[in-house]
Design a protein around this ligand. Structure first.
Ligand SMILES: C[S@@+](CC[C@H](N)C(=O)[O-])C[C@H]1O[C@@H](n2cnc3c(N)ncnc32)[C@H](O)[C@@H]1O
Length: 187
C-alpha cells in the first residue's frame, strides 16, 4: 500500500499541475480542440486540480458536460474551489472514483487521461472499464510523462489497451509527453 501512496501524485503537488508556465507549455485548448466538440460528454479521468477540466467545459459549451473524476478528494476540493459560483459549475460534475474502479453509470464521448495511467495499479481492469463506458465512436486521449514512463512502458500500456479492444489511431505531439489516441476496435 505504501508503494501505491508513493506512486499517486500528492495533493500538495497540485500547484505544479496548474500554473501559467504549464499553460504556456501545454495549452489545454490547443491540445484538445481537435478532438472535443460542442455538446460532448467528456470524462476527465484523474483530473487533479482541474488544469484541463475548465477548458474542456468551455469547449463542450452549455450543451455539453464534463465529468471530472479523481481518486483523491483533496484534488476534487481544489477543482470545486475553482468553479464554485461560476457558470462552469453547471457543466462540471465532480466524481470520486476508486483505485481500480471509476464507477460511472453513464456513457461518454471522450475520455482524457493525462499523466494518469502510470498511477493506476491495474491497467487491464482500467482499459476494460473505460471501453464499456465509451460510446461507439468515442475516443480516448492518453498522455504520459516521459520522465516517469519509458518508451517500453508506454508501448506495453498500448498493448494492454489493444488487448482490451482498443486501436491506436493517432500519436499526437504534446510537449513533455508520450501521447496516443485510442478508438474502440471494429468488431
Ligand atoms: C499527475 S496528476 C495529473 C492530473 C491532471 N490530469 C493533469 O494533467 O493536471 C495524476 C492524478 O491522477 C489521480 N489518480 C491516480 N490514480 C488514480 C486512479 N486509479 N483513478 C483515478 N485517478 C487517479 C491522482 O489523484 C492525481 O490527481
Amino acid at each position: 500500500m505504501s508503494d501505491r501512496k508513493n506512486r499517486v501524485c500528492p495533493v500538495e503537488r497540485a500547484g505544479s499541475l496548474d500554473n501559467r508556465i504549464r499553460r504556456w507549455l501545454q495549452d489545454p485548448r490547443k491540445i484538445l480542440r481537435p478532438y472535443i466538440k460542442e455538446g460532448m460528454t467528456v470524462l476527465d479521468l484523474g483530473c487533479g486540480p482541474g488544469f484541463f477540466s475548465l477548458d474542456i467545459a468551455r469547449l463542450v459549451g452549455k450543451s455539453g458536460r464534463v465529468i471530472a473524476s479523481d481518486l483523491q478528494e483533496g484534488m476534487l476540493q481544489k477543482l470545486r474551489g475553482k468553479i464554485r459560483g461560476t457558470a462552469l459549475e453547471e457543466q462540471i460534475t465532480l466524481h470520486k472514483c476508486e483505485e481500480n474502479r471509476i464507477g460511472l453509470s453513464e456513457d461518454v464521448d471522450f475520455i482524457l487521461a493525462f499523466y494518469v495511467v502510470h498511477e493506476i495499479p491495474d491497467q487491464e481492469v482500467f482499459f476494460n472499464e473505460i471501453k464499456s463506458r465509451l460510446k461507439p465512436n468515442g475516443q480516448v486521449f492518453i498522455a504520459e510523462p516521459p520522465v516517469r514512463v519509458s518508451k517500453t512502458a508506454f508501448e506495453e500500456m498500448i498493448r494492454k489497451a489493444r488487448d482490451a479492444g482498443f486501436t491506436p489511431v493517432e500519436r499526437p505531439k504534446v510537449f513533455l509527453s508520450k501521447a496516443v489516441i485510442l478508438k474502440k476496435a471494429l468488431p
